[in-house]
Write a protein that binds this ligand. Structure first.
Ligand SMILES: [Zn+2]
Length: 125
């Protein structure tokens, strides 16, 4: 129960993320793209493809999921770290900066690789 209570407390603490999410939903409703980064820069962001990856994963098509975004497997890990950050045995993981630096590094590295492999067109212009 404490985990759920903490989760809602965190949502209230990070209210601006909720406002941003609502902003994105409104953008989607009025016909703009899913990704604000892509909408502004006409270029995919480091998270582009995650939704499609999860949808493919839920359909059981893991090959396609990895093709859409190979780091979709990290998202449940991040969610678990976030949800159980107040659980005594897992607390140290959440507060270990090295883990977050590693996740950010892997995302940036993957982004760079994906740009050159999957989205090389803007560099050719
Ligand atoms: Zn994006």
């Amino acid at each position: 129960m404490s985990i759920i209570k903490d989760f809602f407390k965190d949502i209230l603490r990070y209210w601006y993320l909720l406002v941003f999410l609502i902003f994105l939903v409104v953008l989607r409703i009025v016909g703009y793209e899913n990704c604000l980064f892509h909408f502004i820069f006409h270029y995919p962001c480091p998270g582009c493809g995650l939704t499609r990856a999860f949808l493919s994963c839920f359909r059981g098509d893991f090959r396609q999921a990895f093709r859409y975004h190979p780091l979709f497997v990290l998202i449940p890990v991040i969610v678990v770290l976030f949800l159980f950050k107040n659980v005594k045995r897992l607390k140290w993981l959440y507060y270990k900066n090295l883990i977050w630096y590693f996740i950010i590094f892997v995302f940036i590295l993957t982004y760079i690789i994906r740009i050159f492999v999957y989205f090389p067109q803007p560099f050719l212009n």
